[in-house]
Design a protein around this ligand. Structure first.
Ligand code: AMP
Length: 210
């Protein structure tokens, strides 16, 4: 099974991906996580990406497409993947279509108000990458591994505004792209993490039963 997750920052793509990985044993490919790991290593790719990420802009298509194509060639991607944060432009979607047949694109639909609320309260574990929210308590310690929880640099209010602008200008057209391909499932993120997962499973079951 090959899936794409689409949706504005903070809409719950990472959480849905974690649930789908556990249920279907898919490989989770998050381009944001890949770029953050390159930044942590201070690699050339990481330093190049940082300039864009810190400003809430998308990293150039050629850089991202090369990174994802290389990853998709790894043997662990053969049995099933879930792409989280890729594609984010029509050019990326076209590059992907030329190498992989996608079964479903799941779009999490969310109002800007809720996006701000979710991102401003998001906390990430520095050690294991677990994502949580201050709604679940104001601890600064990760419940999964005891690591330190921090606020991502690009989750600051001024950067969120720029990320949302980039989303609507460059990524939102993908709704129509995958809609026309007949593989788009839209879920209103207001139903919460369990509701989203249930709805996704209902539709995925139809693909698996085919
Ligand atoms: P994310 O963790 O998915 O919210 O991504 C964080 C940042 O990484 C984005 O704001 C972009 O700057 C960059 N990024 C991640 N995925 C892509 C992509 N597919 N194309 C361009 N930039 C990306």
């Amino acid at each position: 099974m090959k899936l794409i997750l689409l949706g504005p920052p903070g809409s719950g793509k990472g959480t849905l991906a974690d649930n789908l990985v556990k249920k279907y044993g898919l490989k989770h490919i998050s381009t944001g996580d890949m770029l953050r790991s390159e930044m942590a290593k201070n690699s050339d790719l990481g330093s190049k990406a940082k300039q864009y990420m810190d400003n809430g802009q998308l990293v150039p298509d050629d850089v991202i497409i090369a990174m994802v194509e290389k990853r998709l060639g790894d043997p662990d991607c053969a049995s099933g993947i879930i792409l989280d944060g890729f594609p984010r432009t029509i050019q990326q979607a076209e590059a992907l279509s030329s190498v992989v047949k996608i079964d479903m694109c799941i779009e999490l639909v969310m109002t800007n108000e809720l996006v701000y609320e979710r991102i401003c309260t998001r906390r990430v574990c520095r050690r294991c990458g677990h994502v949580t929210n201050t709604d679940f308590g104001d601890s600064t310690i990760c419940a999964e591994c005891g690591g330190e929880l921090y606020i991502r640099d690009d989750d600051k209010l001024e950067t969120i505004k720029l990320r949302l602008e980039a989303y609507y200008a460059q990524t939102a057209p993908l709704t129509e792209y995958y809609g026309e391909m007949g593989i788009l499932l839209q879920i209103d993120a207001i139903v919460g993490r369990f509701g989203i997962f249930e709805r996704a499973q209902e539709e995925l079951k139809k693909i698996l039963d085919d």
